[in-house]
Ligand binder design. Structure first.
Ligand SMILES: [Zn+2]
Length: 160
């Protein structure tokens, strides 16, 4: 199932390649938080509806709530690309949050990320209680509180 999900993700990213924008358009807002090379090699796409995998296997695995949730607080990250609803795209804190997920994907590798994320959602529900989500929310909050810039990637890698 992880393989199936990964190939679905690759197809989605491939299909949106011409609509994606590099996160380097946000480099001024994220100066000191995210390194320029990370921003250049991460992307976002603004969409009317978030692409969600509708595989029956996922429902059987107890992830129905997650895949049927239409808004996901406005965004979802697949590998180096995150998808945002238009209102979320105007919120720099949400970009910040999704970039934490980009780093998690990179650091863990796609298969490990998918496996761990699914297990956490099953166990804790789609909430801040799920550790990978919790990490993204906590760091987003720090950013929104306006703390001094810190190296987010270093922090994520040390926490994973
Ligand atoms: Zn998240």
């Amino acid at each position: 199932m992880i393989e199936l999900l990964e190939s679905w993700i690759d197809e989605v990213n491939e299909a949106h390649k011409s609509d994606r924008r590099p996160c380097s358009v946000l480099q001024h807002q994220f100066e000191g938080y995210y390194r320029p090379d990370l921003l250049r090699s991460s992307y976002f796409v603004v969409v009317k509806a978030l692409p969600m995998p509708k595989m029956p296997e996922l429902r059987e695995a107890g992830l129905g709530d997650f895949i049927d949730n239409e808004d996901h607080f406005g965004g979802i990250t697949y590998k180096d690309t995150y998808y945002l609803l238009p209102e979320a795209a105007r919120d720099v804190g949400i970009h910040f949050h999704e970039l934490v997920h980009v780093i998690q994907w990179r650091t863990l590798g796609a298969r490990n990320f998918i496996q761990r994320y699914m297990e956490e959602i099953r166990r804790f529900g789609y909430s801040e209680k799920a550790p990978l989500e919790g990490m993204a929310y906590r760091l987003q909050k720090r950013f929104e509180e306006g703390v001094l810039p810190f190296d987010v990637e270093k922090k994520v890698v040390a926490t994973l």
